[in-house]
Ligand binder design. Structure first.
Ligand code: SF4
Ligand SMILES: [Zn+2]
Length: 90
């Protein structure tokens, strides 16, 4: 089963409302463990805590075949975007 976004601290993202993500789903990991769905514009879904649809960070301990198997992830700001704070290699 895919992981879900438990909380996100990237208040400037259009999908963020009160530290909850309201995107339909997110993907992680274009160049590093960043939230690729982060956007300054977008339409929020009514429901929060979306699925992590895919993650490209194969060296994360939770990653199997581009699927995140963590029980849930947290996301936090990194410079001017957002990163998966659950990423871990050990
Ligand atoms: S940065 Fe990613 S996890 Fe955070 S609210 Fe935006 S889309 Fe959701
Ligand atoms: Zn980053």
């Amino acid at each position: 089963m895919n992981s879900t976004v438990l909380s996100c601290g990237a208040a400037e993202c259009a999908f963020n409302m009160g530290d909850e993500c309201h995107a339909s789903s997110i993907s992680v990991g274009s160049e590093h463990a960043a939230c690729d769905t982060f956007s300054l514009s977008g339409i929020q879904e009514e429901n929060a805590n979306p699925e992590v649809a895919s993650c490209q960070i194969s060296d994360c301990q939770f990653n199997t075949d581009r699927t995140c198997g963590a029980s849930g992830i947290t996301v936090s700001t990194h410079e001017r975007h957002a990163d998966c704070a659950t990423f871990s290699t050990v």
